[in-house]
Write a protein that binds this ligand. Structure first.
Ligand SMILES: Cc1cc2nc3c(=O)[nH]c(=O)nc-3n(C[C@H](O)[C@H](O)[C@H](O)COP(=O)(O)OP(=O)(O)OC[C@H]3O[C@@H](n4cnc5c(N)ncnc54)[C@H](O)[C@@H]3O)c2cc1C
Length: 380
């Protein structure tokens, strides 16, 4: 009889694990505490408006393609992708914006308009970024089991030692003088939850993800990806349960024995948690926890965010699918979030209007909007 695996949560990590484990012949069940699947990527529908609740930037399409290819499938077997053009619009003030288009050639032209010679600098910067992407994704992400930091030391990364000592901000500022262009190139690492001045230059692979690979959109939004992964999982025999909150991971003789849901024990040979690590620890009785409360209280958490899902009763002009409002001081914003853990008084924000690409996500003549601003990362 195949071993029973219980997976906690139904975010992307759980959905992907479920597929790989089921493919290996395990009897897999996914238990989600919310009433719908997808975790941070779940969907919210109200009065004819459809919102992706978390992720909205579909970058690195190759990673999604590889996932489906691992099961003999193609991404297009499940959903249709559109490359956005413009990929996004960055506002620096009223009527002051730059549109990032869908190819490096077009982006180079925009750079050149803002700073003479910057298109050549960009081409060189992007060549390094592409090289870093190949190492980060192809050589590291898929090859290492992730058991030791030593796995990061390979022949290729040793040759890149310099880019681990420098940071993104330094490398960008060395090559570009124009403030707006600098911001454009420093912004993608914000997705990693860190300041460009604290992020090793090696992470310019995010710039390749941005300008090199482009910004894509599944027809009905990010939730298409959740549905696709669940569809694939079901075809492999995975069982999914919503409204099933795991309250305890039970250990018997130093081995996992079961999980508790609604006061009932569900026998499990293996438990995989896709819930946040700190939360997963609370599912063990004290003596089985790896870290103390004090330990977690001293950790630096990834930034949080303040989100608004808004339905407009009219069509909006002059905005794109993705809009970044960089019309305030980014350093002050970043200092508040990352250094002093305060809510910024004058925050940068991001606005997403999926109804511009797919009108079906809002009622006729309306627009849906998702406003996001990142916030401080206090652990308490
Ligand atoms: C606002 C926001 C915007 C983002 N934007 C982007 C973007 O544009 N592009 C991008 O690529 N990424 C983006 N991300 C990141 C991306 O959404 C996440 O990395 C990803 O969804 C996390 O998946 P996960 O499986 O690790 O965790 P989660 O999605 O958090 O899944 C964990 C699941 O576990 C469940 N759970 C927790 N405890 C229990 C329990 N005790 N019992 C049962 N279930 C439990 C939770 O309900 C949740 O469903 C964004 C994230 C956020 C929050």
């Amino acid at each position: 009889m195949s071993k029973k695996i219980s997976i906690i949560g139904s975010g992307f990590s759980s959905l992907a694990s479920a597929c790989y484990l089921a493919k290996q012949g395990y009897d897999v069940s996914v238990f989600e505490k919310n009433n719908s699947l997808g975790g941070r990527a779940r969907q919210f529908k109200k009065e004819g408006f459809t919102f992706d609740m978390g992720p909205s930037w579909y970058w690195m399409p190759d990673v999604f393609d590889k996932f489906f290819n691992d099961f003999g499938k193609k991404t297009s077997d499940y959903y249709t992708l559109k490359k956005l053009n413009p990929a996004y619009k960055v506002f620096f003030g009223k009527n002051d914006f730059i549109e990032i288009e869908d190819s490096l050639e077009k982006i180079k032209k925009v750079f050149e308009k803002h700073e003479k010679g910057s298109s050549i600098a960009l081409e060189k910067f992007m060549a390094i970024a592409k090289d870093n992407y190949a190492i980060a994704v192809t050589d590291l992400l898929y090859k290492m089991p992730g058991l030791s930091p030593l796995e990061l030391i390979t022949k290729k990364t040793v040759l890149k030692a310099g880019s681990f000592l420098s940071n993104i901000r330094k490398e960008v500022r060395k090559r570009f003088k124009n403030k707006k262009l600098r911001l454009l190139l420093e912004f993608p690492v914000l997705f990693l939850g860190a300041k460009s001045s604290n992020t090793p230059a090696f992470y310019s692979f995010m710039n390749h993800a941005d300008y090199g690979l482009g910004t894509w959109q599944p027809t009905n939004g990010f939730y298409d990806v959740v549905l696709a992964m669940v569809d694939l999982g079901k075809s492999l025999g995975v069982k999914y349960y919503v409204d099933h909150e795991v309250t305890l991971i039970n250990i018997v003789e130093k081995k996992v024995d079961s999980i508790t849901i609604n006061n009932k024990k569900i026998k499990s040979d293996i438990v995989v948690s896709g819930a946040d690590y700190a939360h997963t620890e609370t599912l063990f009785r004290n003596k089985f926890r790896q870290y103390s409360k004090k330990y977690w209280s001293k950790r630096t958490w990834a930034p949080s965010s303040l989100l608004f899902y808004v339905g407009f009763d009219k069509k909006l002009k002059n905005v794109s699918h993705h809009n970044l409002f960089f019309d305030t001081d980014i350093d002050n914003h970043a200092k508040n979030i990352y250094d002093i853990s305060n809510w910024p008084k004058d925050p940068l924000f991001y606005a997403n209007f999926t109804s511009i690409t797919n009108p079906k996500t809002a009622p006729k003549g309306c627009e849906n909007a998702f406003f996001f601003n990142s916030n401080c990362n206090k652990s308490k």
